[in-house]
Design a protein around this ligand. Structure first.
Ligand code: FES
Length: 158
């Protein structure tokens, strides 16, 4: 995971100011905020609107239109479970249900965070013969069972 810094309005104003003179500055600003903090809180909307002289509705509309702009703090861990056909044939549907129950969240392509973990789908890791597969913080894990998933989470989330 990249090292993000904690959200602060003062730092946000600095980040926004560094991009504000660019052509079509809103998108570069939103990307810069994500690179810096890992997310763009709603609190950023009036700051951006004020500096760019845009309406809050315009900024909010752009922020919420693009799902790449995370609107919640970045999770400490990202678990991506393969949802493609070969992994489905090898048990990924049951594994996903187990993971959702274990983590207390639903698998979500937009990566909404629940606690320390974001549970997200991925579609084929190229390891189809050894599914069901997952990427946990970017590392592949094969032949997952509910028990192996639980052990992996116990190691990962301490
Ligand atoms: S279908 Fe899951 S790795 Fe290919």
């Amino acid at each position: 995971m990249p090292d993000y810094i904690a959200w602060s309005p003062e730092k946000a104003v600095e980040v926004i100011g560094a991009e504000a003179d660019k052509e079509g500055a809103l998108m570069p600003i939103l990307h810069a905020l994500v690179r810096t903090f890992g997310w763009v809180p709603d609190e950023a909307v009036p700051l951006i609107a004020g500096i760019l002289n845009l309406s809050r509705a315009d900024v909010h509309g752009t922020l919420t239109f693009y799902h790449d702009f995370r609107r919640h703090p970045a999770p400490r861990h990202v678990v991506k479970l393969c949802q493609a056909e070969a992994c489905q044939a090898r048990g990924s549907v049951a594994l996903t249900a187990h993971a959702e129950q274990k983590l207390g969240t639903k698998i979500d392509a937009h990566g909404h965070t629940h606690g320390a973990v974001s549970l997200e789908p991925i579609y084929c890791l190229g390891l189809c013969a050894s599914g069901p597969n997952a990427l946990v913080d970017g590392r592949p894990h094969a032949r997952l069972t509910p028990d192996r998933f639980d052990a992996l989470m116990a190691e990962t989330v301490r």
